[in-house]
Design a protein around this ligand. Sequence first.
Ligand code: NOJ
Length: 763
Amino acid sequence: MFDTRISRRAALMGAGAVAAWMHNPARAMLWQAAALPVPAFIDALIAKMTLAEKAGQLTLMPSAWGGGVATALNPASNGPNFDGQLEEVRQGRLTGVFNGNGAEMARRMQTAAMTQSRLKIPLIFAADVIHGHRTIFPVPVGEAASFEPGLAERTARMAAYEAAASGIDWTFAPMVDIARDQRWGRTMEGAGEDVLLGRLIADARVRGFQGKDLKDNDAVLACAKHFAAYGAAEAGLDYNTVDISERTLREIYLPPFKAAVDAGVLSFMASFNEISGVPSTGNSWLMETVLRGEWGFKGFVVSDYTGDMEMIDHGFAADAREAAKLAFLAGVDMSMTSGFYRDHLPDLVEKGEVPVARLDASVRTVLAMKARLGLFEDPFRRIDLKREKARSRTKPALALAREAGRKSIVMIKNDGDLLPLPKSGKKIALIGPFASGSDSLNGPWVVYGDNAQAIDLATGVKAAVADRSLITVVQGSTVEAPLPGGIEAAVAAAREADIVVLAIGESEGMSGEAQSRAEIIVPEPQQALAEAVAAVGKPVVIVLKNGRALALKGAVVNAPSILVTWFLGSESGHAIADILFGDYSPSGRLPCSFPRSLGQQPYSYAHKPTGRPNPSETQLEPYKAHYRGIPNSALFPFGHGLTYGKFEYSDLSVAPTLAWDGELTVSAKVTNTGKRAAEELVQLYTHDRAASVTRPVRELKAFRKVTLAPGASEVVTFKIRRDLLLFIGRENKPTVEPGLFDVWVSPSAETQGVRGSFELKGA
Ligand code: NOJ
């Protein structure tokens, strides 16, 4: 696998061998094909640059402004203070900074670059604008639960509109890593476990961030990260080793990146992990053969934070100089944080170990990108203090946050139609560490948003009900430790109430980067609170806060109603109240399966059948694939989510054969047999019964939302053509084979809905 165009050994060869490698005609063509259109002045500028200035253009640093906002989400860096950083700008030793705070910082730095540096090359300002800038939208995994790529595009657009007014040219988003192990804390930052959903959301978010034209003062350069397979870390441990086949890489982990390229993304971030022994930061197969060669990517690749330096700890590079050389020759154009390129590229070029043409190619791409962002025409186009204020947390942005919030919520259980709750006449006890207060409203990966400005649950609930005096709020427990007297107070409040709303789950510090969890449960003190409150006997609605799928148990899973609310951002409380009191029928679906037990991880609905599948969900047969005592299915599978309607699936129609170049129509009737209008997410899955490479038990191929009044029906139609049935074959190339396929139109990945089959006829 991974026939590296340049191996570690080759990268460490002497200058002559490297030059020969560079002059390989096929390789030269690769670089030409991958080039961005470059305005003529850029080559003239490069001709004037010293090696140190060239290396400076490939050096990105965390901003030193404000004493370390930039490193709050990353390990501390030993860089200079802000004045020192300004001096580096004057000397042309920086291409830009990231996660600085606002237009004032950008104005001061850009002024230094444009008035006091020798070549007056504008700086680029980057930031982790992951799910909103000042207005915070749901965490990406929550937003993916909307199954509405159009919504993801609109929130990314709004985030770009706000961020681009505060001096930000470039966001380190979208993260498009597929996550199939819920221990991995960064599940919250992607679109979940499914390839199709991952592709659609990647496409939408890139287009949202980048807008119509990167020169516009409301557009930011997007960055697809982390390339690649960062989410496949062994045991869900962040930064851990990845060892997967090329087929798995191409079929599961790469497609969202390809979708980002097709959507026009112009920057990529290399991932921290190794894949089968080669750290991504030093993997030329990934960045040259696949990204630039096969996909024709024309932008630049940045390392992750100290990614080049970390190749020393991986045991792949002997020292800083070698790490810089390996990363650079593998195709990482820009180094983030380590300073290794600045410190070593000039010498590597002087000694002939890195061809100057190769250095110039990366500098050219970075400068061309600055031109594409309009920075040479007007270095201050995104730096405007008045505009920064005017665009911050506008009414339309907050309305969008509320819309996105309620569309992200997934109702996974609603026994006896406990929800929606009445707005009057009932006493409600709002219990739990997330019942009120500003803790964990925005969620992880927020650099610029402020939890104190977000709406908490108590505020949202009180605004929705007719009589606020019927609402009692009790904390009951802290997130990870019992609160003295907390359970007693909660039990007393539950006794007094007609209904309990229990807001429990993970805090924002428990997911995100470096927050892998060995147990994916509601923390024990909160579980104890749930058990005590349930024992009172009042109906309980669980409002779960979470950045990943959790293994729910005891009183939590046994509660009649459960809402999965992730971290919803600025309008959290309003959005949850919209659902609780029926102003909006839940429409979200799980983008990641909730397992029965931690032991099932990693888990995806799209697993392989094995040679001994257990034939029934309800009966566990000996010598079949399941754990002791539990079926190997999810408790709440991918695609699952209830509404305030009730939907029945019937009348599947599918033609028996699909001609090789033909099209087949699959349709099913969906009826709302419930008492309320609601939106149903109708999902199309297929399974290839026998192929030259084994296929998953089901794969999502399409989905459609339909809104139906009580009693109404709609025939939902999907088209299937051969290309929808492609898979990565024996030769690691996309292929499709004739044969029998099962097809489902269903409300989730593990329910039957209606099922049929068809045969794809050979050519
Ligand atoms: C490390 C993270 O992996 C990456 O996603 C982020 O963009 C950088 N830090 C910068 O904050």
